[in-house]
Design a protein around this ligand. Sequence first.
Ligand code: NAP
Length: 259
Amino acid sequence: MSFAADLLQGKRAIVTGGATGIGAHIVRRLGLLGAKVGIVSRKEENLQAAVNAFAADDGIEVLYRVGDVRAEDSVQSATQSLAEEMGGIDILVCNAAGNFICPTEELSPNGWRTVIDIDLNGTFHCCQAALPHLKQANDGGRIIAISTTQANSGWPTAAHAGAAKAGIQNLMKSLAAEWGPYGIRANWISPGPIKGTEGVDRLIIAQGRSDEVLERIPLGTFGDGEDIANAVVYLASPTGKYVSGTEIAVDGAARWGRS
Ligand code: NAP
């Protein structure tokens, strides 16, 4: 790790979906750099197992609350309760998401709504709930949404997720403008395919699409969760203080088509 070990000392962060995959990499990195971190998602068994692993493997104490980002009340109470226990919120990472592969011709309205609800509406709920706390952040609050590069190109067979993530990107631009006067920076990170995650295992490898996808990535490999965590640290720490309303693509220069 090449960041100063105390870079995020005194910072308080919430990471939605922080028990698994990319979210867990982000939590671990924030915690190892000194931040207090709280994670929120639906399944208590996953949250508890992750908190135990962060303590045993990394020596970091992570808080958790059960919450569903689709439900405004659930998000409000998890956010408020974590803010009280941590003493505030400086950093919000909107990472929770849902997705599945389905040609749009066969996509049910319910399938469409579910993904829009988790990804886009969930991000809106989390930003709204964190706002009063982010306004009080010492060096300016940070909102970091985890998007995808396919929000820029269109996402055939996952149009629901592509549209939701494109909406998130536009939301971040609006928040950067509206909440900038509160000192809040709002940005998004667009990962390419990240190995060892549910997304790559289920949506690419299990579909037999690895070679086809890797051919579109000039750097020739899937990314690591660490690559996304490092970009979060850049945006969350003083290094990112003059960056707002924009994207950091961490995708090996992936070329998905028109963008
Ligand atoms: P993952 O392991 O499936 O993580 C998704 C997390 O979201 C889970 O911890 C899940 O926890 C939580 N979640 C789902 N629905 C929720 C809800 N309604 N309320 C609260 N939490 C909810 O996925 P991942 O692959 O690491 O992806 C993490 C982020 O990176 C996502 O935003 C994804 O779109 C983005 N991304 C991933 C890749 C990739 O290659 N994996 C590429 C580009 C972008 P519970 O089940 O406990 O609720």
